[in-house]
Design a protein around this ligand. Structure first.
Ligand code: MG
Length: 167
């Protein structure tokens, strides 16, 4: 790393209710399941948490500001496309991704069989290598709304480095 080159950490969190009749989407990958995320957009909890992590690291706002849930143009929006738009803002401000780490918490379905597909989907959307992204699936040990299968939660951290080197 060059002297004076900034690195910034970002944190994102999101939670959506799980209801029948909706697709279960994680990082743009549809996972076969009897329920999916409720939401104004398609509800992809991982894309939302990741968008907030990237925006937060660059101090460029959050997805609630960029894509207000009351705005009809984001109704049923593809969250992978929203992620691309958020990342473009951050990238245009001079930032590159070092790595992304995440945890998805839900009782069902199992995330592990879809990890590679999700990593590939996010890497393609962000223009980075799949090896820069990691996804871990956890249960909530049967506790609370997540444990009852009524919600899914995602937590994401990212590390960014600046292309702009301070003199
Ligand atoms: Mg959300």
């Amino acid at each position: 790393m060059n002297a004076g080159q900034a690195i910034r950490i970002g944190l994102g969190w999101d939670l959506h209710r799980l209801i029948a009749g909706r697709p279960f989407l994680l990082g743009g990958v549809e996972i076969p399941f009897e329920k999916g995320e409720d939401g104004h957009s398609d509800g992809d909890v991982l894309c939302h948490a990741l968008s907030d992590a990237l925006l937060g690291a660059a101090a460029l706002g959050d997805i609630g500001k960029l894509f207000p849930p009351g705005d009809a143009q984001w109704k049923d929006a593809n969250s992978l496309e929203l992620l691309k738009m958020a990342w473009k803002l951050v990238h245009d401000a001079g930032w590159e991704i070092i790595n992304i780490d995440s945890v998805v918490i839900c009782e069902k379905p199992k995330i592990l069989p879809f990890r590679e597909a999700i990593q590939n989907s996010l890497a393609k959307a962000l223009g980075i290598e799949a090896g820069q992204i990691f996804i871990k699936g956890k249960t909530n040990e049967g506790l609370g709304e997540i444990g009852q299968g009524n919600a899914v939660e995602a937590k994401v951290v990212c590390l960014l480095s600046s292309r702009i080197v301070a003199k």
